[in-house]
Design a protein around this ligand. Structure first.
Ligand code: NAP
Length: 241
């Protein structure tokens, strides 16, 4: 029999990941606003929060800004034997909150799928997936599932290692890409290879919500320093001209 799994937060990522998980789990979903028709379109059960939090595996797919109030209000509804995972783009903060509020009997694993509807539109094989173990006997089982069933490239990293690397990989990249997007740089028949890369960067992140951008920048404790360094390098360069 398939294990029961609930997706809490059926936004961009929750909807995107559902078809990849539904062949392997009995999936229920819950969302603050009504996505009942989207759930039935994807062939999964739309349930009340209490039922969603009673499943064997619970994946928190809501915005990180909602984590603390959600966990504070609903910790008592979680299945005490559940394996709880998050998918947030930063790892220190959600892990701290899950450890603080969830029943001490729940198993916890932090994860960061480094892909979404844009990068995964042609499939998720070979895309990067980070696992940050917290307290669980199922880390190897998750690693095996991600590597051998979903065919992802798996990295096991502490939350701090993850956030330090993501300050460059995501926070800096999204910062530059947002600025390029705001400038609305034009396409040109004279584009060089380098300019095509800038145009590509502009398109790559255009589907992401501003909330996600804020979470990547504001909830990573190492991101501000990298942004400050980048801005001061721009000023130094400008002054040399
Ligand atoms: P999203 O499309 O903006 O969806 C946000 C979700 O959070 C929705 O389900 C929303 O519910 C819920 N939510 C927000 N504030 C809430 C509140 N105060 N109360 C209750 N629910 C609330 O964002 P997303 O892109 O799916 O991101 C969700 C998580 O996935 C984030 O942790 C993000 O870092 C992670 N992630 C995203 C991607 C990606 O490519 N998008 C990739 C990897 C990881 P409503 O529909 O009711 O507003």
């Amino acid at each position: 029999m398939k294990k029961t799994l609930s997706i809490i937060g059926f936004g961009t990522f929750g909807q995107f990941i559902t078809p990849h998980l539904s062949p392997h789990f009995d999936i229920s979903v819950w969302n603050r606003s009504d996505y009942q028709s989207k759930a039935s379109e994807l062939g999964v059960q739309w349930v009340r929060l209490k039922e969603a939090l009673s499943k064997e595996i619970i994946i928190l797919c809501t915005n990180i800004s909602f984590f603390e109030s959600f966990l504070k209000e609903n910790a008592h509804l979680f299945n005490p034997n559940a394996l709880v995972l998050d998918v947030a783009s930063v790892k220190i903060l959600p892990i701290e909150l899950m450890v603080k509020y969830l029943p001490s009997t729940c198993e916890i694993i932090g994860t960061h799928p480094l892909f979404g509807p844009q990068s995964g539109k042609n499939g998720i094989q070979n895309l990067n997936f980070v696992i940050s173990p917290v307290r669980s006997k199922k880390v190897d089982c998750l690693k095996d599932f991600a590597e051998n069933t979903l065919k992802l490239k798996v990295f096991v990293k502490s939350a701090e290692e993850h956030d330090r690397e993501m300050a460059y990989v995501q926070a800096l990249t999204h910062f530059v890409a947002r600025a390029i997007n705001e400038m609305n740089i034009p396409d040109s028949p004279l584009s060089t290879q380098a300019y095509l890369k800038l145009l590509e960067l502009k398109g790559l992140l255009s589907g992401d919500s501003f909330e996600l951008f804020k979470a990547i920048e504001n909830n990573n404790p190492f991101a501000k320093e990298i942004r400050e360094n980048f801005k001061s390098q721009l000023i130094k360069l400008e002054n040399l001209l």
